[in-house]
Design a protein around this ligand. Structure first.
Ligand code: FAD
Ligand code: SF4
Length: 537
């Protein structure tokens, strides 16, 4: 067996096969079921019609998936630990699982590994689910075509809407807005509905869900359930620490659910202890409190350990039983049935566009402190620090702290995208790309969001206590104590004035800018240029 470059590609197998269990090594293999690291659902369509006597499962740990962006150690560990547990579960059913384990001889890419194995096993057919990354999807299809093995790509039942359904909804619309797509899905799947009307008569409780904690802080916070690494996960953690020692992030706090059972327990824990307050505090931030009332379920759902439909049904059941208010249930369901489905639809709908998007013509490099947290802007230090420690930040930290700074500073959105894909345990292309390039960086020119998400430091001050311990003042635009985010906010409006002056939702902000006299505008431009230069150095 060779890797196509003349090197050996021995098949290492993990976990070790049970005694007496032999993989079928002849041409009798009918279907080879290809399972990627984010497709860990034994009830998925990939297994429809599976016959243990005739079919085999193929999984591979390859370096490329940990290195094509400079992945956080915890992100690599979540994927590998979940894959190994999943493979062990399938083997426990007596299924033939051909697992290429990471090791000294690990294949460099999925394409290398698959090519080598198809040449030996010659299955009649490869079956897989649509990949979560267009790059991987294209690579696998190309290998199968080259090898002359037919490939069947099956619909992913995890999601409510298929990419085709989204395209049908989106094509021909003048503008796409989450709210209309979300309402369609609620009606079609009868979620939080009373007949043809939304439960309680109101579709959306967004306005009830924007509170900050106020000066007194969040008070008692229920700690989320932890999942101490078992022997399999510890082995993975050691492997990642050894093989990816120079990658960003820590492994010391690793406690993510990596099995379907753990993911279900995490869901139950969230529903019992944090869901009732989720809606109210979902936009709030607090120093040293990474989880607040958030679910911590995104990685488990994205790896398909936890069905999204199960989550939505469980949350709706809590509302119907009178145990959570409608604002909390609707606010949470909107994130999953709404945003999560919407971004996936958008991802595939404009799959060829994302990689070239840069509507605001932004070219500054990503500041080095994004990889270290070493900055005196306290909001960024907090959000990046917890990202490096846990591989986690909640939505408002991603959108209105790290994303906001990069947008205002004019950082190249493709560099911003690579950072987000690298540093979060839940990062998979289909969900990270539209969130970063569309929602956060406005690189798509407004396809996803009707306006750029911009704000001054005063927004961060309202939503958190970060500013209280910061050396800068959120309400100051100029001078030594001026908040860099406030300076960059006004400078963003100055730089993009012509583009947004007639925008229905930004026009007012531009008119406020127009009140500044020429000397103030010059001073603003000079101070913003210094901030950008310092951040790039
Ligand atoms: P909660 O805040 O408790 O929300 C509940 C669930 O809703 C999440 O688990 C998630 O599945 C879903 N959800 C909420 N918002 C979104 C959204 N905008 N898009 C899709 N699903 C959503 N989410 C990812 O899963 N992977 C990513 O790579 C990712 N990258 C992001 C990049 C940027 C710039 C931004 C602004 C957001 C990104 N998000 C991403 C969305 C969101 O930040 C995370 O889903 C959320 O923080 C995960 O934490 P949680 O499970 O505690 O979620
Ligand atoms: Fe961030 Fe500005 Fe607040 Fe400091 S003052 S924490 S830089 S928003």
């Amino acid at each position: 067996m060779t890797d196509g470059r003349g090197g050996d590609l021995p098949l290492t197998t993990w976990p070790p096969r049970p005694r007496g269990h032999h993989a079928r090594m002849t041409s009798a293999l009918r279907n080879l079921i290809l399972i990627l690291g984010d497709q860990l659902d034994a009830d998925s369509a990939a297994f429809d019609g599976f016959e243990a006597a005739r079919d085999g499962v193929w999984m591979a740990e390859v370096r490329e998936e940990a290195t094509h962006v400079w992945s956080h150690k915890a992100r690599i560990a979540v994927f590998l630990a979940a894959m190994r547990h999943f493979a062990a579960g399938l083997r426990g059913r007596g299924w033939d699982v051909r697992y290429r384990a990471h090791g000294a001889h690990a294949a460099a890419t999925l394409a290398d590994a698959l090519k080598a194995d198809l040449a030996v096993w010659r299955p009649e057919r490869v079956i897989m689910m649509l990949a979560g990354d267009g790059r991987v999807d294209a690579a696998i299809r190309a290998v199968c075509v080259e090898a002359g093995v037919p490939i069947e790509v099956r619909e992913d039942r995890h999601f409510y809407a298929t990419p085709e359904q989204f395209a049908t909804w989106a094509n021909g619309r003048r503008e796409l807005r989450l709210e209309w797509f979300y309402r369609d899905l609620r009606k079609r799947h009868r979620v939080l509905m009373e007949g043809a009307k939304p439960a309680t008569g109101q579709w959306n409780y967004d306005h009830d869900n924007r509170n900050g904690f106020g000066p007194q802080g969040p008070g008692f916070l229920p700690a989320p359930m932890c999942f101490a690494p078992d022997a399999i996960t510890r082995e993975v953690i050691d492997l990642v620490a050894r093989e990816y020692a120079d990658h960003p992030g820590d492994l010391g706090a690793f406690d993510w659910p990596v099995t379907a059972e753990d993911a279900e327990a995490a869901l139950q824990d969230f529903i019992a202890h944090r869901l009732p307050a989720f809606g109210q505090w979902q936009d709030a931030m607090w120093t040293g409190e990474p989880w607040l009332y958030h679910a911590r379920l995104s990685a488990a759902m994205n790896l398909k350990l936890l069905p999204a439909k199960r989550v939505v049904e469980a949350v709706e059941a809590e509302y119907r039983a009178g145990r959570v208010p409608i604002a909390a249930a609707e606010g949470f369901i909107r994130q999953i049935l709404g945003w999560r489905e919407y971004v996936r639809g958008l991802y595939w709908w404009r799959i060829d566009q994302w990689a070239i998007d840069n509507a605001l013509d932004a070219h500054a490099p990503l500041p080095a402190f994004y990889w270290t947290g070493d900055t005196d802007l306290r909001c960024l230090r907090e959000a990046i620090g917890q990202t490096l420690r846990f591989g986690y930040a909640h939505h408002i930290q991603r959108l209105m702290v790290t994303g906001l700074y990069a947008l205002l500073a004019g950082v190249d959105p493709q560099a911003v995208h690579r950072w987000y894909l690298a540093v979060y345990v839940d990062a998979v292309d289909w969900v990270e790309v539209p969130n970063t390039l569309g929602m956060s960086q406005f690189a798509d020119g407004g396809v996803m969001a009707s306006k750029p998400y911009i704000a001054s430091g005063k927004y961060i001050d309202r939503q958190s206590n970060y500013c209280r311990g910061c050396r800068y003042k959120p309400d100051q635009m100029l001078g030594d104590n001026a908040c860099p985010i406030t300076t960059l906010y006004w400078d963003f409006l100055r730089r993009h004035r012509d583009r947004f002056k007639d925008h229905p939702r930004l026009g007012l902000q531009v008119r406020n800018l127009d009140r500044f006299d020429a000397a103030t505008l010059d001073a603003l431009a000079a101070q913003a240029a210094r901030i950008r230069a310092d951040a790039s150095s």
